[in-house]
Design a protein around this ligand. Structure first.
Ligand SMILES: *Cc1c(COP(=O)(O)O)cnc(C)c1O
Length: 474
C-alpha cells in the first residue's frame, strides 16, 4: 500500500488468495461495511481489527448517497451493480475512499514521520476521486495533472473547483499520454526526490496498480452476490456471470479474485470500446498494442496498456513470475506478446470478451432509456451492448450482473446526444438539461458544482510540471 510498485517494476500480489472467511449464506445478513471487513481482513493480515474497521467506517460513510454503498438495480432480467453513488459519481470512489485510509494507517503503523505527496495523472475520473479521497487527510498533499484537451467539461469543473487545504490541480498541454509521461518522469527525477526528502516528503501515487485500490473492489462482487441471494433472485450456490466495462483491467480483475475466493462466478465478460486490445487478447491469446488509439464516448476505457492484466497472467501461469516477466519485457520492447497454450485454455474457460463502437454505444443508451426508462452512461452502455452480443452468440442465459461505473450526468453531452438532443446547454446548465429531459435528478455532488468557484486555473507544459510540484510545497 505504501510503495505502490515493487522495486523491480512488478506489481504486488497477495502471497495467496484466501477463501471467503464465512459462508455466502452468513454474508447475506451483513452490511456493506461488515462485508468489507470480512473480506479485507483476509488479505490485510498486518492491520489490527480496530485499524481496519476504522478505515472502513471512514471510507464508507455519508459520502455515499445510499447506505447500501454499492446497490443492485434490477432492470428486466438483469441486475446493474451501481458503483457511482460516491462523492464524485464514478466507480473509482469505492477504491479511492479507502486507499487514503489504508495509507494513513500503514504509515502510522510503520512510524513514518514524512508527509506523503501524491502525484497523479488522470484521464478524468481518477483525478477527481483521488482529490476527494485525500482531501484534508492529515500529513498528505495531493497534486493532480489532467490533459488540457482530454476531459469532459463536467470532469474539468469537478477538478478545478476542488476544495481542501492540501490539494492542487493543474492542466497539462496535450493529451493523457503527455500528462502520464510527465508524471512518470517526476517519479524518476532524482533531483526532485532529493529536494522532497530534504523537505520531509515521501512520494506516492493513487494509480490503479496500487494493491490498496484493487482490494476494496473485490468487496462489491461479494456484496452483490449476497444481495442477489437475499432477494431470492438466485438459489444457494447458483452461478452468475459478471459483465464489466474495462480499461486498465482493475475492476474485472477484482471479480476474478472474488471468483478465486469462492463466489460462484461462471464467466467474466470483458467489455471494451473501439480500443479493443483486450477483446483480441482474450479471444486469441495475443496482446498487441500496436494499433491506432481512438478517442471514444467512453474515455475512461481509452487505454491500450491494461496494467492489471499482469496480475491475472501471474495467477493463470501458475504463479510463474519468470514467464510473466518475459511477457512484460516483450510488451515493453515490441508492444506485443503471445501467451502459452495452457494460459489460453484458462482464459477461454473463464473469460468472454467483446467490444462496441460509439454508434452502438449511443444506440444502447437511447434504447435503454426508451424501452426500460433506465438512464445509463456510455461506459455502462458498452457493457450492456457487449453482454447482448455475448448472449446471442453463446446462448448463455446465466443470471448476469452488469457493472455500472459512472453516473450518466458525468457525460451529459454524450448522453443527450444519444437521446437525440442537438442543441446542448453550456457549463453546468447541461446537468439541468438532462434532468429536465428525463426527470432523473442530478446527483448531489454534481448539482453542487453550480455554486462552486474555480480555484485552479494553471496550465503548464510537460516540461514545467516539476515547478508545480515545488510551488505546491512552498
Ligand atoms: C476507470 C473506469 C473504467 C475502467 O475500469 P478499469 O478498472 O480501469 O478497467 C470504466 N468505467 C469508468 C466510468 C471508469 O472511470
Amino acid at each position: 500500500v505504501l510503495k505502490g510498485l515493487a522495486d523491480d517494476g512488478g506489481l504486488f500480489v497477495p502471497e495467496r488468495i484466501p477463501a471467503l472467511p464465512v459462508s455466502l449464506g452468513e454474508l447475506k445478513g451483513m452490511t456493506y461495511q461488515e462485508t468489507a471487513y470480512a473480506v479485507m481482513k483476509q488479505f490485510l493480515t498486518d492491520f489490527t481489527e480496530e485499524e481496519l474497521k476504522t478505515c472502513i467506517a471512514r471510507a464508507y460513510d455519508r459520502k455515499f448517497d445510499t447506505p447500501e454503498i454499492a446497490p443492485l438495480r434490477k432492470v428486466e432480467d438483469l441486475c446493474y451493480l451501481e458503483l457511482f453513488h460516491g462523492p464524485t459519481s464514478a466507480f473509482k470512489d469505492v477504491a479511492l475512499c479507502m486507499l487514503p485510509q489504508l495509507l494513513t494507517a500503514a504509515k502510522a503503523q510503520k512510524g513514518m514521520k514524512e508527509d506523503i505527496l501524491i502525484l497523479t495523472a488522470t484521464s478524468g475520473d481518477t483525478g477527481k476521486a483521488a482529490l476527494e479521497g485525500f482531501k484534508d487527510v492529515s500529513k498528505t498533499q495531493i497534486l493532480v495533472f489532467y490533459p488540457k484537451d482530454g476531459v469532459s467539461d463536467i470532469q474539468q469543473l469537478q477538478m478545478v473547483t476542488q476544495e481542501g487545504g492540501n490539494v492542487g490541480v493543474c492542466a497539462v498541454v496535450g493529451n493523457f499520454d503527455d500528462a502520464q509521461t510527465g508524471v512518470k518522469k517526476l517519479f524518476a527525477d532524482e533531483e526532485l526526490a532529493q529536494q522532497l526528502a530534504e523537505r520531509g516528503y515521501f512520494l506516492s501515487s493513487a494509480n490503479s496498480i496500487n494493491w490498496g485500490r484493487v482490494l476494496p473492489q473485490i468487496v462489491y462482487y461479494i456484496s452483490a452476490y449476497s444481495d442477489l441471494r437475499r432477494e431470492g433472485a438466485i438459489e444457494k450456490g447458483q452461478e452468475i456471470n459478471v459483465c464489466v466495462p474495462t480499461g486498465n483491467f482493475g475492476n474485472i480483475l477484482a471479480a476474478y479474485y472474488a471468483k478465486m475466493m469462492g463466489v460462484p462466478i461462471k464467466t467474466l465478460i470483458c467489455a471494451s470500446n473501439e480500443n479493443n486490445v483486450l477483446t483480441d487478447f482474450l479471444r486469441t491469446g495475443v496482446y498487441d498494442r500496436n494499433r491506432p488509439f481512438h478517442n471514444t464516448l467512453s474515455p475512461s476505457m481509452d487505454i491500450l496498456i491494461s496494467s492489471n492484466l499482469e496480475r491475472l497472467l501471474f495467477e493463470l501461469s501458475g504463479r510463474d513470475d519468470k514467464q510473466v516477466t518475459e511477457y512484460m519485457e516483450q510488451l515493453a520492447e515490441k508492444g506485443s506478446y503471445e501467451v502459452s497454450v495452457p494460459i489460453k485454455t484458462k482464459l477461454h474457460q473463464t473469460f468472454a470478451a467483446g467490444y462496441c463502437d460509439d454508434a452502438q454505444t449511443k444506440e444502447t443508451i437511447r434504447r435503454m432509456w426508451e424501452e426500460q426508462h433506465y438512464l445509463i452512461d456510455p461506459h455502462t452502455a458498452v457493457a450492456f451492448d457487449v453482454l447482448e452480443q455475448y448472449r446471442k452468440e453463446s446462448g448463455d442465459e446465466t443470471p448476469t450482473v452488469v457493472v455500472s461505473t459512472a453516473s450518466p450526468f458525468k457525460f451529459c453531452d454524450s448522453v443527450l446526444g444519444a437521446l437525440g438532443v442537438t442543441e446542448l446547454a453550456e457549463g453546468t446548465a447541461i446537468l439541468d438539461q438532462l434532468a429536465e429531459l428525463t426527470g432523473v435528478p442530478v446527483p448531489a455532488p454534481l448539482a453542487a458544482l453550480k455554486n462552486k468557484s474555480v480555484r485552479f486555473s494553471q496550465t503548464v507544459s510537460k516540461e514545467h510540471m516539476v515547478d508545480q510540484v515545488l510551488e505546491m510545497l512552498k
